[in-house]
Design a protein. Structure first.
Length: 707
C-alpha cells in the first residue's frame, strides 16, 4: 500500500496527473478496479471521469450518479466519509438495488476527494472477493492519502485556470502488464497453446478476443480471423444469453474463476471456464457431450459451476422490482411479494411482518394457515424469536435445519412443519420497518450468492413497504378529512324522504370534491345542494368544505343569489379550481321547487305517474371564474310522489359513452325503480359504479322524495 503521508505530486494539473496517481495506487493496493468521479459543473451529480480495470460496457450504467442516489460513492461524497462494503451480504443490506444488479462477490470502497471545505468528487475502488471483509487501518490511511493527493491536484488545476472537468465519457486506463514477451517467446506461447487439447482464448479488459487457438475456433464454428478483435457474444449470436453475460461480469468483477455450459446450435454443448486477472480473462473451451451428464475435463483449478436456478431467480426478482414500483398500498406490496418470491426461490411459505408499538404484526402471508399466523401475530420485539432478532439487529439469519435454529434460539418450538428458513430484516434508510420469513419444506442450503440476493430482495421490499405505509397514512388522513366535511346525517324534514350516497374514486387518493347537502330553512321549507369541485386531492376536498360552508351561510336567499355569493367567495379565494353546483329551495306547503345551476349535470325528475324528465335548466357559469356571473332560476312543480335525483358526473361519465346517452340511461333506471324505497333506489343507481374496479372520479347522489 502507498504511504498516506507521501506529498510528491506529479507535474502538471490535468487529467494525466489524476491517471498516474490512480494507476500507482491501484498497483500498490491490489485494487482490481479504480474510478474517479468528479462533481458535474452543471448539476448536483457525479460524472465518471477516469476508469481502470473493467470494461466501459459494464460501467456505463454508473457513468452518472446523482448526489441524492443511494450508492456508495454518492453517500461518500454527500456525507464526506469513507464507505466500505466488505461482503455481498453487507452490500445487499445497505444497497439492495446495487446488489441485485451486481450480485457478484467483491469488496468495495468509496471515499470523497476533498481539499479543506471543497469537495471535488469521489474515488471508487474494488478488490477481488479474496480481500478480507474489513479494511486495515493502513489501508484506510492509504485511501485517505490518495484522496488528499487527488484533491490537491484538482485544487491546483482550478487555481491555474485549467480545472479538471469530466468529459462525456471517462478516460479508460490500460491495465498494467505483468511482463512483456519477445517475438520468439510469443511464438513459443502460441505453439504451446495450439498443442493443448480442446481450445482456449484470451479476452482483454473490454471483453474482446485478443488470442484464440485453432481448436477453439473449430469448437465455436467460426474462423480465427473472424473472431480476433470481436467480443464473443457479438460474433456468436448463440452466446448472447443471460448466463454467459452473467458469468463474464462475475469473472470481471470478482476476479474469481467461474464457468458455464451452453448450447452451440444445433446440438453441440460446450463448457466455458473463465480465469480472470487484472489484464483480462483466459477462457478454456471444452466440448461437453451431454448437458445433463457432463464429463468435465481434468483442470488444475476447476471453476465452480453456475448455481442452479440462479438466472431464474434474478429474472423473477427483476419482475418483482418492476411490480413493486407499481404497488401503492401495503396490501399491494404483500400480494406482489407473495406472488413472485415463493416461485423464484422455491420456498413453500412466507410471512411479512411490520413493527408497531414494540410488537411484530403480521400484515400478510402465503402458504401458512390463519391459525398459525394468529399464534405469531403481535410477538413482542423483546421475544427470543428469529423474526424479532433480525429486526432488532438488522442482520439476516439463515437456518438449513431446525437444529440450527434451535441452537440460535433455544426457546424455539417447531410449529410450522418446515425444514429450513430465511429470516430477513426489512430495513430502509437505516430504519427497521419489519421482517420477512421464507420457509422451505425440504432441507435447503443457502449459498452465499443466494443469501446476498435474498438480503437485497428484503431491502427492495422494505422500501416498497415504507412508501406504501406512507401512502396508506396519507390516504386515511385524506379520507378522514373528507368524511369530516361531508354531512354525517341528513336532517329529518316533514314531507320529504331523502337518501344520499358518496363513493370515492378508486384511483389516486380516493377522495375528491363531490358533495351534497340538505338544509332545514324553517318548518315548511328546505334547501338541497349538490356540487363537484375540480380535482381529486386534499385541496379539492378542502375547497369543497369551503363551498358547503358558503352555501350554508347564504341559505335562505334565492337560489341564484346563493350561487352568486358563493361564486364571489371562490373567485376571491383564487384557488385555481372551478366548481359546479346545483342549489334548490323546496317548498313543502306549495309542493314546488326553485332551482339554479352553475354548470352542473341536469337534475332528473320522476313524476308521480312514473314518467321521467331531465330538467335542462338555464345554465350559469362554473363557480370561481367570473365574480360578476349571474345564475338564473327555474321553478318546477313537486306534487306528492315526485322524486328528484341530484348527482355528480362521476355517476354517468364513462369512456366512450356519450354524456347525453348516459343521462338518459340513468333516467330510465330511475323510471324502472318506482316500487322501491329511496334507499333501495340509491343503491340500484350506484350499483354499477360499485362493481367497477377502477373509477376515475368520485360520485355523489342525493334523492328527494316529496310525500
Amino acid at each position: 500500500m502507498p504511504d498516506a503521508a507521501s506529498t510528491d505530486f506529479p507535474a502538471g494539473f490535468g487529467p494525466e496527473a489524476l491517471e498516474s496517481v490512480l494507476l500507482q495506487f491501484a498497483r500498490e493496493s491490489g485494487a482490481s478496479l479504480s474510478a474517479i468521479y468528479l462533481l458535474s459543473p452543471d448539476e448536483p451529480a457525479l460524472q465518471l471521469a477516469v476508469l481502470s480495470g473493467i470494461s466501459w460496457r459494464i460501467a456505463v450504467p454508473w457513468a452518472r450518479v446523482t448526489l441524492e442516489a443511494a450508492t456508495p460513492v454518492a453517500d461518500a461524497v454527500r456525507e464526506r466519509h469513507l464507505v466500505w462494503i466488505g461482503s455481498e451480504e453487507e452490500r445487499a443490506r445497505r444497497y439492495p438495488k446495487l446488489a441485485l444488479v451486481l450480485p457478484h462477490p467483491f469488496a468495495l470502497a468509496a471515499a470523497p476527494i476533498t481539499t479543506g471545505p471543497t469537495v471535488w468528487g469521489g474515488l471508487v475502488l474494488h478488490w477481488p472477493a479474496s480481500h478480507p471483509p474489513t479494511l486495515s487501518s493502513h489501508e484506510r490511511d492509504a485511501i485517505a492519502g490518495v484522496c488528499e493527493r487527488l484533491g490537491v491536484i484538482m485544487r491546483q488545476a482550478a487555481n491555474s485556470g485549467h480545472p479538471v472537468v469530466p468529459g462525456l465519457e471517462p478516460r479508460i486506463l490500460p491495465p498494467s502488464q505483468t511482463r512483456t514477451a519477445g517475438h520468439h517467446e510469443a511464438q513459443a506461447a502460441v505453439g504451446f497453446a495450439e498443442r493443448l487439447p480442446d481450445g482456449c482464448c484470451a479476452l482483454d479488459v473490454d471483453g474482446r478476443i485478443t488470442f484464440i487457438t485453432t481448436a477453439a475456433a473449430d469448437l465455436l464454428g467460426v474462423g480465427v480471423f473472424d473472431l480476433l478483435g470481436a467480443r464473443p457474444w457479438e460474433a456468436l449470436p448463440w452466446l448472447d444469453n443471460h448466463v454467459a453475460e452473467d458469468r463474464y461480469r462475475s469473472a470481471a468483477l470478482s476476479r474469481l474463476p467461474t464457468s458455464f455450459t451452453t448450447l452451440r446450435p444445433p446440438d453441440h454443448w460446450l463448457s466455458f471456464h473463465l480465469y480472470p486477472d487484472a489484464t483480462g480473462i483466459s477462457v478454456r473451451i471444452v466440448p461437453n457431450p451431454s448437458a445433463h451428464t457432463p464429463d468435465p475435463p481434468r483442470l488444475v483449478h476447476p471453476a465452480p459451476p453456475v448455481e442452479p436456478g440462479r438466472a431464474n431467480a434474478l429474472y423473477s426478482l427483476t419482475h418483482l422490482a418492476v411490480a413493486l414500483t407499481e404497488a401503492v398500498r401495503v396490501c399491494d406490496v404483500v400480494n406482489r411479494v407473495a406472488d413472485q418470491v415463493l416461485a423464484a426461490f422455491g420456498a413453500r411459505a412466507l410471512a411479512l411482518m411490520t413493527a408497531q408499538e414494540g410488537r411484530l404484526h403480521i400484515i400478510g402471508y402465503r402458504g401458512y394457515t390463519a391459525d398459525l399466523m394468529d399464534r405469531f401475530d403481535a410477538t413482542p420485539l423483546t421475544a427470543d424469536t428469529p423474526a424479532a432478532h433480525v429486526l432488532t439487529t438488522g442482520i439476516p439469519c439463515f437456518f438449513a435445519s431446525f437444529a440450527e435454529l434451535k441452537r440460535a434460539h433455544p426457546a424455539a418450538v417447531l410449529q410450522d412443519g418446515m425444514a429450513s428458513w430465511a429470516f430477513l430484516p426489512l430495513i430502509t434508510s437505516g430504519r427497521a420497518v419489519g421482517s420477512l420469513v421464507l420457509a422451505y419444506d425440504q432441507p435447503h442450503l443457502f449459498t452465499p450468492q443466494e443469501r446476498a440476493v435474498l438480503t437485497a430482495l428484503a431491502g427492495l421490499i422494505a422500501q416498497a413497504l415504507d412508501r406504501a405505509h406512507l401512502y396508506d397514512a396519507k390516504h386515511q388522513l385524506a379520507r378522514n378529512l373528507q368524511a369530516g366535511l361531508l354531512p354525517h346525517t341528513l336532517p329529518r324534514i316533514p314531507g320529504l324522504e331523502v337518501a344520499a350516497r358518496y363513493l370515492p374514486a378508486s384511483r389516486g387518493m380516493g377522495i375528491g370534491g363531490d358533495f351534497y347537502d340538505l338544509i332545514r330553512l324553517d318548518e315548511t321549507t328546505a334547501a338541497a345542494a349538490i356540487g363537484d369541485v375540480q380535482g381529486h386531492n386534499v385541496q379539492a376536498a378542502t375547497l369543497m368544505g369551503q363551498v358547503r360552508t358558503a352555501v350554508h351561510a347564504t341559505a335562505g336567499a334565492a337560489p341564484g343569489e346563493v350561487l352568486a355569493r358563493t361564486n364571489r367567495l371562490l373567485t376571491d379565494l383564487d384557488s385555481g379550481l372551478f366548481t359546479s353546483c346545483t342549489y334548490i329551495v323546496l317548498d313543502m306547503t306549495h309542493h314546488h321547487a326553485c332551482l339554479a345551476t352553475a354548470g352542473h349535470p341536469p337534475p332528473i325528475l320522476r313524476h308521480p305517474d312514473g314518467h321521467v324528465e331531465v330538467l335542462h335548466l338555464q345554465p350559469g357559469l362554473l363557480l370561481g371564474i367570473d365574480p360578476a356571473a349571474e345564475y338564473p332560476t327555474t321553478e318546477v312543480s313537486l306534487p306528492p310522489g315526485t322524486v328528484l335525483a341530484l348527482y355528480t358526473d362521476g355517476l354517468i361519465e364513462a369512456p366512450g359513452v356519450d354524456i347525453e346517452d348516459a343521462i338518459h340511461s340513468l333516467a330510465n333506471q330511475l323510471a324502472h325503480a318506482d316500487t322501491l324505497s329511496m334507499e333501495a333506489i340509491a343503491d340500484s343507481l350506484v350499483d354499477h359504479a360499485r362493481q367497477s374496479a377502477f373509477r376515475s372520479d368520485d360520485i355523489a347522489l342525493l334523492l328527494i322524495h316529496s310525500r
